[in-house]
Design a protein around this ligand. Structure first.
Ligand code: ADE
Length: 246
């Protein structure tokens, strides 16, 4: 999968890209990340990328010309892939959006600085807008890295274990069950007996129940959309009744 990031601070992404699973993925040719500095596509002496807003008010606005020129020079016009603006006004990024975007062989990400983008970038260049949460950052570089990271681990081969991404919290619509590794007892805290039993059906049933319990306790909002089986629903009812009695 190929990512093209357009930013005023593209080098801020490099250290993370070069020091993680993503570096290995790139070395193996599974992902390609191309970083582009929007400032390289200015033509005035001061390499201006922002200007004051029409109508007055505070803050600076990202000028349209360098952003359009950067994206169109690198990708052509119109670009052959989704062009995603990182902005707190975008759709809230989640695992479903990650899967949807990971189905494309290539995406472009535009990271802003300053108060905002000239609206024409949003209307005539971007094909999608993503927010990584209901808070405002100083720029879209961290959001771009988060999107690259979440999508890359869905690219076949990037994770060592081919089923690695399937059990993830959120992939199934539920939070993930608890994990344990050796030792079987640490400071007196024991690993649940069932996990040591070697009985795979029992382990699967325990994990499913734990996923349901956790999701009910921490993220009950996810249950409505989780696509639960009839058995899950019965189990959930049982858990709910137990909790009510406690
Ligand atoms: N840029 C600034 N804040 C952001 C957010 N929450 N999501 C995406 N891009 C942003």
């Amino acid at each position: 999968m190929r990512f093209d990031v357009f930013s005023l601070l593209p080098e801020t992404l490099r250290p993370y890209l070069n020091a993680s699973i993503l570096e290995k993925a790139a070395a193996r040719g599974l992902i390609e990340v191309h970083l582009h500095n929007i400032r390289d596509y200015t033509h005035d002496r001061h390499h201006t990328t922002d200007d004051t807003p029409y109508g007055g008010g505070g803050g600076m606005v990202m000028k349209p010309e360098p952003v359009f020129e950067a994206v169109e020079t690198v990708l052509g016009s119109p670009p052959p892939c989704p062009v995603i603006l990182l902005t707190p006004q975008g759709r809230l990024f989640d695992q479903k959006i990650a899967s949807e975007l990971a189905s494309h062989p290539q995406i472009a990400l535009i990271s802003g600085r300053y108060e905002g983008f000239d609206e024409r970038i949003r209307q005539h260049l971007a094909t999608d807008e993503i927010s990584i949460g209901d808070y405002v950052l100083t720029g879209g570089e961290l959001p771009a890295l988060m999107v690259i990271d979440a999508l890359s681990r869905l690219v076949p081969g990037v994770l060592g274990d081919p089923t690695g991404a399937e059990d993830d919290s959120h992939a199934s619509g539920l939070l993930e069950y608890p994990h344990y590794t050796r030792p079987p007892e640490f400071r007196g805290w024991k690993v649940p007996e069932v996990l040591l039993s070697g009985d795979h059906a029992k382990v699967d049933a325990w994990r499913r129940e734990q996923s349901l319990r956790r999701t009910l306790a921490k993220r009950p909002d996810m249950l409505a959309k989780a696509g639960l089986s009839e058995a899950d629903k019965r189990l959930l009812e049982k858990i709910q009744n137990q909790i009510n009695k406690e």
